[in-house]
Write a protein that binds this ligand. Structure first.
Ligand SMILES: NC(=O)c1ccc[n+]([C@@H]2O[C@H](COP(=O)([O-])OP(=O)(O)OC[C@H]3O[C@@H](n4cnc5c(N)ncnc54)[C@H](O)[C@@H]3O)[C@@H](O)[C@H]2O)c1
Length: 295
């Protein structure tokens, strides 16, 4: 099946460089009209020039997505330039790395604002437009730093995992209006990872590997919502939150901390992992376990 975006209007945030640039070029090359957002005025303009030179359609936007007003102007520009908005790729980001004991709260606030609030602001501004359109494909950009932890990146990790929580609720609220919200977890050689990936393997980590997966998540054919897709150097996988099967104690009696410690190996036993489609499904599973205990 061909994945094409003719007739679709897309916003890619932070698209003046790195992954965002690559996503914007791919979407445009497959027919999308793209709003290229980046704080860096020259960077956004030159990506627009690249798209136009290749025969595509694009306009630049230089608003910061770290303010709701900027996010709203960005969405308004997409609608005024191209009449609607179908695709939003939340990609913009910046780092302020420090170990937690040395982290200034200004750096905490900055990183949470750009990554987590910026994603929420753009998505919130796009939501009513997509609801009215009865169509939307939204991509968040998380990181293995948030999913698994990364020394010196407490602010970034918290922001990146926060957006998975946001997705987990929007994946339930969006589909009734055909709005699907999914997340990409990339690794790529960009300005952000300069000096982090070993020089000899860095060339394998081309942003284009990630953009291919972003295009899938943005496509009309993709009707799943709530997927976290890891993409790096030609490796693709899905990341899920899992729970051990755990133990079911008698709910009529309060367990002592000592009895929990005695059962800890069973609580932590990862041989039969489970995942739940939403919070209520976990509660339902607990109710079932209580019923089974009482039977
Ligand atoms: N490169 C990786 O390996 C990697 C790994 C995990 C996650 N990510 C995430 O992927 C996304 C893209 O990262 P990248 O590696 O391409 O980095 P990059 O630094 O090359 O590009 C990020 C772009 O975002 C723009 N930007 C920053 N703040 C902005 C704001 N407030 N408003 C608008 N634009 C803003 C920057 O100007 C820059 O052009 C980020 O969210 C990053 O956290 C990257």
């Amino acid at each position: 099946m061909n994945i094409r975006f003719e007739g679709r209007v897309a916003i890619v945030t932070g698209a003046g460089a790195g992954l965002g640039r690559s996503h914007a070029l791919l979407l445009a090359s497959r027919g999308a009209r793209v709003v290229v957002n980046d704080l860096g005025r020259h960077a956004a303009d030159s990506v627009v020039e690249e798209i136009l030179a290749a025969g595509g359609e694009a306009v630049a936007n230089h608003d910061s997505i770290a303010e709701f007003e900027g996010a709203q102007r960005l969405v308004d520009q997409a609608v005024s330039a191209f009449g609607k908005l179908d695709i939003l790729v939340n990609n913009a980001g910046a780092l302020r790395d420090k170990t937690f004991g040395k982290l200034e709260m200004a750096d905490w606030d900055f990183v949470l604002k750009v990554h987590l609030s910026g994603t929420a602001y753009c998505t919130r501004a796009a939501w009513p437009v997509m609801q009215q359109n009865k169509y939307g494909r939204i991509v968040f950009t998380t990181s293995n730093a948030g999913l698994y932890g990364s020394f010196g990146q407490s602010n970034y990790s918290a922001a990146k995992m926060g957006m998975v929580g946001l997705m987990n609720t929007l994946k339930q609220e969006g589909p009734k209006n055909n709005i699907m919200v999914n997340t990409i977890a990339p690794v790529a050689a960009t300005h952000m990872t300069e000096g982090v990936l070993p020089a000899d393997i860095a060339p394998h980590f081309r942003p284009e590997h990630v953009s291919a997966a972003v295009a899938v998540l943005c496509s009309e054919a993709f009707s799943e919502s709530g997927v976290v897709c890891s993409a790096a150097a030609g490796h693709y996988a899905l990341v899920r939150v899992v729970s051990t099967s755990g133990v079911q104690m008698d709910p009529a009696e309060i367990a002592t901390p000592e009895s929990l410690l005695e059962h800890w190996d069973q609580i932590a036993d990862g041989s039969a992992l489970r995942t739940y489609p939403h919070a209520a499904a976990e509660t339902a599973a607990i109710l079932e376990a209580i019923e089974a205990l009482r039977a």
